[in-house]
Design a protein around this ligand. Structure first.
Ligand code: PNS
Length: 163
């Protein structure tokens, strides 16, 4: 079984992430989309909400598994017997950081390789942070995320306002 891991914050999933998931899933028996729990960040969505969003967006893809992890990515990849980390590359600015992480991950476990998929041009500017900011400021994000994410963003912003 050729299993790969696509890790990320996915706070929230964008159409750029989804495009990488769809394309990567075609190349492996199983693609595990793994949401990171990063104690030093304050995400808008909980791990459960982020996983629910990914589950909804990928319901028609049979070889996707959704999971979460904390700590070193290489430890997680080993623990589920995967060999490949999948990453999306948007722009040259992503490259240096991703290159560093790929080399560090290989240093930590030389059996784990990172494969990069280039983003589609139309998503090359897209990030979760930008989606959140545009939504907060009243912009239309419906062409950047799934309808379910638009719905969840509405609920979340309302919750934040009420609290
Ligand atoms: O979507 P993001 O926030 O760009 O994802 C970053 C992620 C989760 C891939 C990265 O932060 C990560 O691998 N975190 C796990 C901690 C770890 O293994 N750090 C060492 C990597 S060099």
């Amino acid at each position: 079984m050729r299993r790969a891991v696509y890790p990320g914050s996915f706070d929230p999933l964008t159409l750029g992430h989804l495009d990488i998931i769809i394309r990567a899933a075609k190349n492996f028996d199983e693609l595990v989309v793994a949401v990171v729990r990063n104690p030093s960040k304050t995400p808008l969505f909980t791990i459960e909400e982020r996983m629910e969003i990914i589950k909804d967006a990928t319901k028609d893809i049979s070889n996707i598994k959704i999971d979460h992890f904390e700590g070193l990515l290489t430890h997680y990849v080993e623990s589920i017997n995967a060999e490949i980390i999948v990453k999306g590359l948007r722009a040259i600015t992503d490259f240096e950081y991703e290159f560093q992480m790929a080399l560090m991950n290989r240093k930590l476990n030389e059996n784990i390789d990172t494969m990069f998929l280039m983003t589609r041009n139309k998503y090359s500017y897209l990030s979760s942070s930008m989606v959140k900011e545009v939504y907060r400021l009243g912009g239309d994000v419906s062409c950047l995320v799934t309808d379910f994410v638009v719905e969840k963003l509405g609920e979340k912003i309302q919750q934040v306002k009420n609290s």
